[in-house]
Design a binder for this molecule. Sequence first.
Ligand code: ADP
Ligand code: MG
Length: 339
Amino acid sequence: EVQIEVNQLTKLFRQGERAAVNGISFTLHKGDILALLGPSGCGKTTTLRMIAGFEQPDSGQILLQGQDVTRLSPQARKIGFVFQDYALFPHMTIAQNVAFAMRHLAKRERPAKTRYWLELMGLQGLENRYPNELSGGQQQRVALARTLAAEPDLVLLDEPFSNLDASLRETTRNEMRALFKRSGTTVILVTHDQAEALTFADQVGVMNAGRLEQLDTPQHVYQYPSNAFVARFLGHTNLLYGDADNGLVKTALGDLQIEPGVVGQVRLSLRPEDLHLSPAPTCDAAARVISREFRGHDYFYTLEQDGVQYCVIAPSHHCFDVGSWVNINVLRGGSVLPH
Ligand code: ADP
Ligand code: MG
């Protein structure tokens, strides 16, 4: 069941300048979680604000359950929006904040429903507190309870975890994903944090300068980026060049297997964990360790071979000294990027 369809959504804030959002299209089914991931200024918030109705697109279409809502007011769309700063009513208690979202229900139904949402968010006992008497994480959950209490068809989250400290961010993110999955809520999350997008979403849309560069599962955008921007934005990568023929490509790190049918000059993206290091008996055809960073469960190495730098992530139980010679072995073939 298609929940939302966005067609060629475009927004120009100033005539003659580059579009803030440039022809974005995607479709989400009920219960899907999409993360729009990209650097600051790439148009994520503007995309969300157009979907919510706070901003009018210059062109394009937004369909909610098949109905064209592009020109409807925010109130006429059944969309919930959780802002970065939560936007709770400071003069209302937690219970009043949540009950406020239930104006569509009969008065007598509201107390029980309020209890339901607060309990689901682990906020029982805090009903009579005011927002400023809660921690950031608790306020975050109140904001979410209030949004879900309105029973929206779609929930929009704009960098919702950025005000939480690192440890709370991870648990809140996991709890929230589980909650959305349990309730079958359709969600669009906006973030500049690749780890957040990869762990939270079923689909990741990577944005760059107003465009959607790639829309795929987390595994695919990471392992099979469709271009160098996506490859780099999702983490460290090694870009290798070589001549392809018959399912093999000759590179500086040896002959690598790729999908058959690709012929000629190609560029490959290889993740640092797809490379493996072994001690080199001599410095012939070997790589030199330039730097080594200890990261707890692994080491992050920078190496140089024939004037080219490589990055490799290796388990911390075996380590190579800076200045030593190693062989770089490819564990996995990598993915071909278009030129
Ligand atoms: P993101 O959320 O990815 O950081 P935004 O959607 O906020 O990006 O912004 C995209 C681009 O649109 C930026 O260049 C920003 O300066 C511009 N922009 C956003 N809102 C407005 C506005 N109200 N008026 C003019 N320009 C805007
Ligand atoms: Mg933003």
